[in-house]
Write a protein that binds this ligand. Structure first.
Ligand code: FAD
Ligand code: NAD
Length: 470
């Protein structure tokens, strides 16, 4: 790396997560001289280090463990699995290490200077980086991209305490399976990590403020999803708020109240996972030096990724939109293309969501509730996995695909899947919608047999009432 302090960069990116590292790669591809500043020892941000990747490693391993425990015998494979949690964590940590090293390689390949240390904006065109040990370097740059991500939102009255009251990172490293894990928040993190520990043997109780699981998913899917998780052994306390926590050597006692008000009660567990959302991270960033003020919820507002300060841009979790790695990646490509004078653009209506439970939930576009609220006249096609031959053969018959299309034009407005490999299937819906496709486009496209993707086609056929296999 050339001496970082002795040159003027085209762009300095603060934060080495999916927003930051993808921006750095695209900058390299377009011939912009870029530096990536990261305070962690490894690149990859929340997603690679303590988010998407380690959680998916545990979801995969625990799914196999549960399958070996309860499903294998039924298909004629007799085994007695024994949990080796230390090895499960090691396999996860090894995968994470390989992935974060992969990002270091991509930075070299794209001629990006990686500067390790805490980045602080020090006025227009200047980023000061403080390395571990205190040494400071100032980088001069034409553009600054803020990609500092987010952190877990704490719950007032329920203070984090190592090993007892934990956030998602704590739940990725538990050294033993809790007897009773209480999860606060039936959103993505609560249901994914709750599933991991239930499969590995914990009793899991989920306490949720709202009456619906899944933080914004389609209502019909949410009902089926909660029913499925309950059948697997998770317990739900819906419409309930947590007002306090008392820790002792035996665990944690939570005080609960109905969300609408009413008598308090207590619930005891040995570990409590607080998963009530994430909040933007801007601590110590020096925003005041360029006159940028976060909004009331801490997000940095943007107009086509521009902040209120000239030459200062913002992407990913720290600005508005879904807090997802692939959204941060879309932002990253668009912001660099705009900086390079190209027409960068993101269609936030087409950012898919996936919950990697078993079965998975995936969706893109509008929910039925949103269409109704907007007064849109829509048609609906629905197909159950119980009627899909591949799902039947694999004993994965829970769930359905739902396709929502405009009643007048047939344009697909939303696709909602609860079922096996929903996360893989949703890509086809994203592509259809990105091309402005209709339900008939899907219905008249030949799909391979026997695959779960046929359920998607059959649901699309259902929009015009000609589903053939159910
Ligand atoms: P981050 O990934 O948070 O990266 C920001 C980086 O900036 C961090 O590395 C941080 O150390 C660094 N930083 C912050 N301030 C400074 C500073 N001043 N100087 C230097 N460095 C700084 N999303 C999905 O799409 N799919 C999933 O399956 C998924 N699973 C998840 C599971 C869990 C348990 C969690 C917690 C999150 C998950 N997410 C998932 C969300 C996903 O991780 C985030 O949406 C994504 O990481 C956001 O990317 P980002 O680049 O905006 O921020
Ligand atoms: P979330 O927004 O998905 O869910 C939080 C849940 O907590 C909601 O259901 C909310 O109603 C509930 N809640 C809020 N306050 C509460 C309270 N006081 N008591 C009880 N319940 C309360 O948030 P999360 O699960 O923490 O995830 C954070 C972010 O990380 C999400 O934006 C998500 O997109 C991202 N993430 C994504 C994935 C994925 O893509 N598979 C996985 C994990 C995390």
């Amino acid at each position: 790396m050339a001496d970082a302090a002795s040159q003027t960069y085209d762009v300095v990116i603060i934060g080495g997560g999916p927003g930051g590292y993808n921006a750095a790669i695209r900058a390299g591809q377009l011939g912009l001289k870029a530096a990536l500043v990261e305070k962690r020892a490894t690149l990859g941000g929340t997603c690679l280090n303590v988010g998407c990747m380690p959680s998916k490693a545990l979801l995969h391993a625990s799914e196999l463990y549960e399958a070996a425990n309860v499903e294998f015998a039924g298909i004629g494979i007799e085994v007695k699995p024994k949990l080796n949690l230390t090895q499960m964590h090691k396999a996860k940590d090894d995968s994470v290490e390989a992935l974060t090293k992969g990002i270091e390689f991509l930075m070299k390949k794209n001629k990006v200077d990686v500067v390790k240390g805490f980045g602080r904006i020090a006025g227009a065109g200047k980023v000061e980086v403080e390395a571990e040990g205190g040494a400071k370097t100032t980088l001069a740059t034409k553009n600054i991209i803020i990609a500092t991500g987010s952190e877990p939102t704490p719950l007032p009255g329920v203070a984090f305490e190592d090993g007892k009251v934990i956030d998602s990172t704590g739940a990725l490293f538990l050294p033993k399976v809790p007897k009773h894990l209480i999860v606060i928040g039936a959103g993505v993190i609560g249901l994914e990590l709750g599933s991991v520990w239930r499969r590995l043997g914990a009793q899991v109780t989920v306490v949720e403020f709202l009456d619906k699981v899944g933080a914004g998913m389609d209502g019909e899917v949410a009902t089926a999803f909660q029913r499925g998780l309950t059948k697997q052994g998770m317990t739900f306390r819906m419409g309930t708020k947590v007002t306090g926590a008392q820790t002792s050597k035996d665990g944690v006692e939570l005080t609960l109240e109905p969300a609408k008000g009413g008598a308090a009660e207590t619930l005891k567990g040995d570990v409590v996972l607080v998963a009530i959302g994430r909040r933007p991270y801007t601590q110590g960033l020096g925003l005041e030096t360029v006159g940028v003020t976060p909004d009331a919820r801490g997000f940095i507002a943007n107009d086509h990724f521009k902040t209120s300060a000239p030459g200062v841009w913002v992407i990913g979790d720290v600005t508005h939109g879904p807090m997802l790695a692939h959204k941060a990646e879309e932002d990253a490509v668009a912001v660099i293309e705009l900086i390079a004078g190209k027409p960068g653009h993101v269609d936030y209506d087409l950012v898919p969501s996936v919950i990697y439970t078993g079965p998975e939930v995936a969706w893109v576009g509008k929910t039925e509730e949103a269409l109704k609220a907007a007064g849109v006249n829509y048609k609906k096609g629905k197909f159950p996995f119980a009627a899909n031959s591949r799902a039947k053969i694999n004993h994965e018959t829970d769930g359905f695909v739902k396709v929502l299309a405009d009643a007048a034009t047939d344009k697909v407005l939303g696709v909602h899947i609860y079922g096996p490999q929903a996360g893989e299937l949703i890509g086809e819906a994203c592509m259809t919608m990105a091309f402005g496709g209709s339900s008939e486009d899907i219905a008249r496209t030949c799909h391979p047999h026997p695959t779960r993707s046929e359920a998607f086609r059959q649901a699309a056929m259902g929009v015009e009432g000609w589903t053939m296999q159910a």
